[in-house]
Design a protein around this ligand. Structure first.
Ligand code: FAS
Ligand code: PHB
Length: 385
């Protein structure tokens, strides 16, 4: 099994397969330090926590992660708690993607299948045959050829795998670019809230998240043309104070240790297979982070794919791999819709008619158990398969 990309999708797939006796080689074009330092997702759905625990990576997660029983939705004059266990019987966990990736890499390098960093010129070949292969150059500059039974394209949005699938006659993509971006900061400041706050405000959306009892992760809606150098720490904190304003409460400030601007888009590529090449994670789809779905959707993909590949490679039965793309895409579209829903409900477009619709939707979710349950079920993660 050749796996292109050592993000959460590729690393978890390799581990799931290894535990079923299927060997793989993971090829990553970046360095270990780079991969482990990339600041990305923060929220794990229950099935993600269960999957990581099932592959022996639950100890540090349960020790250092924070189990959350809900989120707050805020709009002027209101901060309303959605109680997930009461609404849908599930919770979510705060545990940074950086930590998930560190745990997966440590396990892989501790007796797991080969994980090669800093490779280059990675090119899947002969994917329409039963003997696909991957041509690449290793970290020492030596040309290599990896003979495979199957290839997983878990190489994210910018990897080569999706292009190869799209070249096949049945490929097509859908894309929506949103007219706003997120300015994100990490700060050494104790979060001023016990659980995440998603705030609608006339000046724009804001999200109060966290990484630990001492580290806050906060986001501001900004115009996509904004330059991070135009945003001083003080300007960021002032904007956060404005957007989270609530009588008798304030944001906890502290040293900002990282800041960046993240564009927002929805993207889906179908099918998620071409012959013996299977796509999973960001290689096949991108969601705006408002619904906290990106990482969790990648985990859902590889959970399905691992089960299908074990059936194919150990039993010679292709029913699950033949159904993989359609099965995975059903959840992809559900998560794409939910991420679009959360993004559209909470981000200011500048149009006052939109603002009235958004406030009406927020009031509905905060007053109707049925509407709150629909959000809670999607946010905490729907069943896989
Ligand atoms: P990844 O992109 O994580 O991993 C793909 C890997 O393939 C990378 O390590 C890359 O270096 C490697 N690769 C690429 N091309 C290659 C090649 N040619 N050869 C070998 N290797 C190659 N999701 C959330 O839920 N919440 C968030 O707040 C959030 N914030 C995000 C912020 C940013 C800046 C980005 C980019 C994404 C964010 N996401 C967020 C989504 C993110 O968490 C992804 O969903 C998650 O990383 C998906 O994991 P993978 O599919 O493994 O893709
Ligand atoms: C994060 O903590 O990075 C985070 C949390 C929830 C989101 C997006 C990002 O919806």
């Amino acid at each position: 099994m050749g796996i292109i990309g050592a993000g959460p999708a590729g690393l978890l797939l390799s581990r799931l397969l290894a535990l079923q006796g299927i060997d793989s080689v993971v090829l990553e074009n970046r360095s270990r330090d780079y991969v482990e330092a990339r600041i990305r997702a923060g929220i794990l759905e229950q099935h993600t926590v269960d999957t990581l625990s099932a592959v022996g990576l639950g100890d540090r997660l349960h020790r250092e992660g924070l189990e959350h029983s809900g989120i707050y939705l805020q709009y002027p004059g209101t901060r309303h708690k959605l109680d997930f266990p009461e609404l849908c019987g599930r919770t979510v966990w705060v545990y940074g993607q950086t930590e998930v990736v560190k745990d997966l890499i440590a396990a892989q390098l501790d007796g797991g299948p080969p994980l090669l960093f800093e490779v280059s010129d990675v090119q899947p070949e002969d994917v329409d045959t039963d003997s696909p292969r991957i041509r690449f150059t290793d970290a020492d500059g030596n040309p290599q050829l990896l003979e495979c039974d199957v290839i997983a394209g878990t190489d994210g949005f910018h990897g080569p795998s999706r292009t190869l699938v799209q070249e096949s006659s049945r490929g097509r993509t859908w894309e929506r670019t949103y007219p706003y971006a997120w300015l994100g900061i990490l700060a050494d400041a104790a979060p001023a809230t016990d659980e995440l706050i998603y705030a609608w405000h006339p000046e724009g959306f804001a999200l109060y998240s966290m990484r630990s009892p001492k580290v806050s992760r906060l986001y501001l809606q900004v115009d996509p043309s904004e330059k991070i150098e135009d945003w001083s720490d003080e300007r960021i904190w002032d904007a956060l104070d404005t957007r989270f304003a609530l009588d008798g409460w304030s944001v906890n400030r502290g040293p900002v240790t990282d800041k960046s601007i993240l564009p927002m888009r929805s993207f889906v590529s179908a099918p998620m297979r071409r012959g013996r090449l299977f796509l999973a994670g960001d290689a096949a789809h991108i969601v705006p982070p408002t619904g906290a779905k990106g990482l969790n959707l990648a985990v859902a993909d590889v959970t399905l794919l691992a089960t299908a590949l074990v059936r194919l490679l150990q039993e010679g039965r292709s029913d699950l791999v033949d159904a993989y793309s359609d099965t995975a895409l059903r959840r992809v579209w559900r998560c794409t819709h939910f991420s679009w829903f959360m993004t559209s409900m909470l981000h200011r477009s500048g149009d006052d008619f939109d603002a009235q619709l958004q406030l009406s939707q927020l009031e509905r979710v905060c007053s109707s158990e049925a509407a709150a349950r629909e959000l809670a079920e999607n946010y905490t993660g729907l069943p896989i398969g």
